[in-house]
Design a protein around this ligand. Sequence first.
Ligand code: HPA
Length: 259
Amino acid sequence: MSGLPRSTAMGNDIAIIGGTGLTELEGLSVLSEDLMETPWGTPSGPVLRGELRGQPVLFLARHGHPHRIPPHQVNYRANLWALREAGASRIIGVNAVGGITPDMGPARIAVPHQIIDYTWGRGHTFFEQVGGATLEEVTHIDLTWPYEESLRQALLAAATRRKVMAVDYGVYGATQGPRLETAAEVVRMERDGCDLVGMTGMPEAGLAAELGLSYACLALSVNWAAGKSDHIITMEEIEQTLAQGMSGVKAILEAVIPA
Ligand code: HPA
């Protein structure tokens, strides 16, 4: 791809980026760990190459392991670059989110189809100068459909096979964090068309598209978004729902590989 630092990676592997509640993939037998340096800096941790139920898979913990990198400080560029270097061509991002619209309550799993990006100040493109090199040309990638449909459908089919309920749509609103939203912000997001709110969906999806990687999101709602319930959001509530809902997410991941 012109304008990007050169890479020879030509893989066909599937990779999982684990978010909050998924810093480790149980059942993954790790064959190798590779902590890479990339032209965009250091990823959140090593890329693990292993097997899940006998099938090859790559895994990277988005927030590090242990969980220590907040959403606005994740080096999304290094993460995507490292996964591509490791041979990934398809990426499943697992994200904990808040539910805005009625179908998206706590413990619900969704495979979103669209994104609205409210983040700012993050390293969000590969198409800018790096390390003294100049850009050959300015590139604007298409992001009409931010999630790759066949990978979305593979996730939904895996959910059906494992009898895990998964909502087959959702507009993911990506906020800056690490604070949660105000009730008025959530009202605005709903008016904009968002069904879900999370802090890590972007720039990850856009960067995957810039690298020509297929990308889809498996979202687990861990709370009603601010103002959508009669109580404030606590970390205890989030952690409890994560523990409850992650088994469904893992079942889908096991069934989707190889997609
Ligand atoms: N807002 C933003 N990100 C989140 C939320 C939320 O309510 N819950 C989990 N991640």
